[in-house]
Design a protein around this ligand. Sequence first.
Ligand SMILES: Nc1ncnc2c1ncn2[C@@H]1O[C@H](COP(=O)(O)OP(=O)(O)OP(=O)(O)O)[C@@H](O)[C@H]1O
Ligand SMILES: [Mg+2]
Length: 254
Amino acid sequence: MQKKPVLEVEHLSFSIGKEHHLLRDISFSINQGDFIVLSGKNGAGKSILMRCLKGLLQPDAGSITIDGQDLTGRPKKRNRSIGLVFQDADTQLVGQTVERDILFGLENLNIPPKERTVRMQQVIRLLGLAPLLHQRPRTLSGGERRRLAIAGVLVMQPQVIMLDEPFANLDYPGIVQVLESLVELKKQGTTILVATHEIEKLLAYADSMLLLDAGRVVTQAPPQEVLEIVEEFGVRRPRFHGKPIPVGDLTWLK
Ligand SMILES: Nc1ncnc2c1ncn2[C@@H]1O[C@H](COP(=O)(O)OP(=O)(O)OP(=O)(O)O)[C@@H](O)[C@H]1O
Ligand SMILES: [Mg+2]
């Protein structure tokens, strides 16, 4: 079956003032159900790009199409269509308990109670949050908190979910928890964009890799191809005893 593009970005630029061109002529597309790894060294523009896509920043030029609809001039609609899990997941947690926190967005959207319950049950199961429902978000571990942030985004059923450095500040079990959730989401057909330079943890699952440098797209291609050039752009190619590790082994699961 032919895959359908869900997000299409063409010639996107974003600058602050006249001199700071943070994104330049960015074009790429993501198909329904794809798992895309967005990489590039510090300052390459990964976070800015995600914020522009979500509608938190308004691009100067270019277009953003979601499900065939041009949403460039409609940041609110993009905000609904794209779920973003921030690097600092704590800023996203608002409820007194885990359960309240997940419900928060749904209540704001006036989703009917029955539908709320169904969606809640889905994300709670998916992210293994059942034992934590009555706990305060503040008392969760880093990995648990990131899973909660992912749940809060997923429950809104965005067309695309984006995660900015989902492994930052997590220990090994925390990383495994988040990674297992991502793999499960992928299995269910969710379209996922993950910004990270920690490619050794998850590249095995990527359908393609989007490499940024200095606010420009270097390439969007199968991971195997991009790995050949990543080191020119400040991203370490994972190696073992100096030899490149095969893409299929780039996972922290198993
Ligand atoms: N408000 C701002 N004013 C000026 N420059 C900014 C502003 N916000 C971000 N930048 C610059 O934009 C560039 C891209 O930043 P961005 O946060 O998108 O990088 P990144 O790829 O996410 O990096 P990291 O891997 O460190 O998270 C950086 O050089 C940053 O200094
Ligand atoms: Mg960033």
